[in-house]
Design a protein around this ligand. Structure first.
Ligand SMILES: C[S@@+](CC[C@H](N)C(=O)[O-])C[C@H]1O[C@@H](n2cnc3c(N)ncnc32)[C@H](O)[C@@H]1O
Length: 276
């Protein structure tokens, strides 16, 4: 029989981000929250055992491992950051789950090609300050990069971009069936970026892609402050079969980034259950 403490003790072994990237909102789901979430999904809804699962924006694999421990038959973990993927692969290996979890490196935005017409590229200003040394120019570009509105980043180039789109426009865009098997999982779990770090709408983009991939049900974490807006979008604009908030949690965000002024901060987060 599945026991919460067994799920927790496995998830406590999952290694987190080494150098978390703020532009990708790399806030890991803490082991206690992930274990409660997966345990609830299985015990209350029977939505993990023998199911094929996708973990969208898997980071270092916390929810993928949670799904497997709760009985999933297979997980596909999707993430754009190669460093996070390397840690996730080590986690899966260490926990002897590597055979049951496939990992795909890609940017979730790439699943919606029509998104490109809403993308505004921001070329990083090459410093025209001639008096600056190359080192100073490089430092300035780095600083600009951090400040830029980043939704996806090109790893090598000096480009970043914002996506200026609303829920109605997003609804009309198609997800590419040729990049993945349409409706390729029973259940999708995600703790997506919330779109609060100058990457507005990334939460909706994750939801749009999730809906195109999932046969039955999506479980997704969202900031409680966005609850009304998201419920309205999902119910009234995107007209999903059913959506409800099944739990509210308190996330203790530790001081991970330079701009954090306090040791840690509590934020309220909802678990959405969305029937597709
Ligand atoms: C809030 S973290 C959650 C990580 C992990 N799922 C967990 O629960 O600990 C969001 C994750 O989404 C990834 N991510 C952000 N934007 C992405 C994108 N456009 N495509 C794919 N992954 C992305 C980040 O790198 C990060 O790992």
């Amino acid at each position: 029989m599945l026991k919460l403490r067994d799920v927790l003790s496995t998830l406590q072994q999952v290694q987190g981000f080494k150098d978390a990237k703020v532009s990708l909102e790399q806030y890991p789901t803490p082991a206690d929250i992930a274990s409660h979430m997966c345990y609830l999904i299985q015990q209350r809804y029977r939505d993990l055992e023998n199911k094929s699962v996708v973990d969208l924006g898997c980071g270092t694999g916390m929810l993928s491992v949670g799904a497997m421990v709760c009985g999933a038959s297979h997980v596909t973990a999707i993430e754009m950051d190669p460093e996070a993927i390397e840690i996730a692969l080590n986690n899966f290996q260490k926990l002897e789950l590597a055979n049951e979890i496939d990992v795909i490196q890609c940017n979730v935005c790439d699943f919606i090609p029509g998104l490109s017409q809403y993308i505004k590229k921001n070329s990083l200003k090459d410093s025209s300050d001639k008096h600056l040394s190359n080192k100073q120019k490089k430092a300035q570009r780095q600083k600009q990069k951090q400040k830029m509105k980043i939704c996806g980043e090109k790893n090598s180039g000096n480009e970043a971009f914002t996506i200026d789109i609303n829920a109605k426009q997003l609804l009309e865009l198609q997800c590419t069936p040729d990049k993945f098997k349409h409706k390729w999982c029973d259940v999708l779990l995600m703790n997506p970026p919330f779109g609060t770090k100058n990457n507005k709408h990334i939460d909706l983009i994750f939801l749009k892609v999730a809906l195109s991939m999932t046969r039955n049900v999506i479980y997704s974490l969202h900031k409680t402050s966005t609850r009304t807006h998201l419920l309205n979008t999902l119910q009234n604009v995107w007209k999903v079969k059913k959506v409800e908030v099944i739990a509210q949690l308190k996330f203790d965000i530790p001081n991970m980034y330079k701009f954090h002024k306090t040791d840690s901060k509590d934020i309220h987060v909802d678990i959405f259950r969305i029937e597709c």
